[in-house]
Design a protein around this ligand. Sequence first.
Ligand code: PEP
Length: 253
Amino acid sequence: MRSKIVAGNWKMNNDANASKTLANELVAGLKDKSLQNTRVVVAPTFVNLTAVHEVVSGSVVEVAAQNMHQAKSGAFTGEISAEMLTSIGLKSVILGHSERREYFGETDALLAEKVTAALANGLEVIFCFGELLEDRKSENHFAVVESQISNALFSLDAGAWKQLVLAYEPVWAIGTGETATADQAQEMHAFIRKIVADKYDAALAEEVSILYGGSCKPGNAKEIFSKEDVDGGLIGGAALQAADFIAIIEAIQ
Ligand code: PEP
């Protein structure tokens, strides 16, 4: 059975103290909850990964990085490699977030390299993709999502998919307060599962967790998560308050 996952992307928020405080609040708030087949992941900034990892150690909370470089090491000032992430005990990395694509020029081709490097180092990849508003308005959203997935992931062999989590994040819904309706999310998630099944096979597609991201909040999470192909959420703004993030986790139970 595929896992349900609620992942919080803290983006460039929270200094060292705020990161540890939020991590402690999550550990305390989740301590007595029995989560059914649900993983909880948080992605702090690079400089706070180790501290947060220490705080959550022994709890249900896992830690992921928000990005990584595709090379093993070398003259890439300011960058972090997959090996560096695994060397501090990390098991997951988010790749392909729309902010990386938009502000840092990350292309499908570059993301394919990053995914390959992450998987080769044993990291799980939470792979983000999603259409722009103009794509949806021009009814191009399925084609855009299909090309993002196929360009970055369809050269992988079937075995690699065990280390992949997909995150559908319509760009028009990220940080805007505008959410895809639960039906729009379900429609796209079912489409994604179908193209993965067509490329690989139905059993593999059934096992892939597909998260929804885009202004997911305590008030709308339950409805979105009730859809059969929505396996959880990648949460931005609402992941910065422990109470909201925990309420979203509770919404998937
Ligand atoms: C995100 O950036 O991944 C995201 C979903 O952000 P928000 O929840 O703030 O829309």
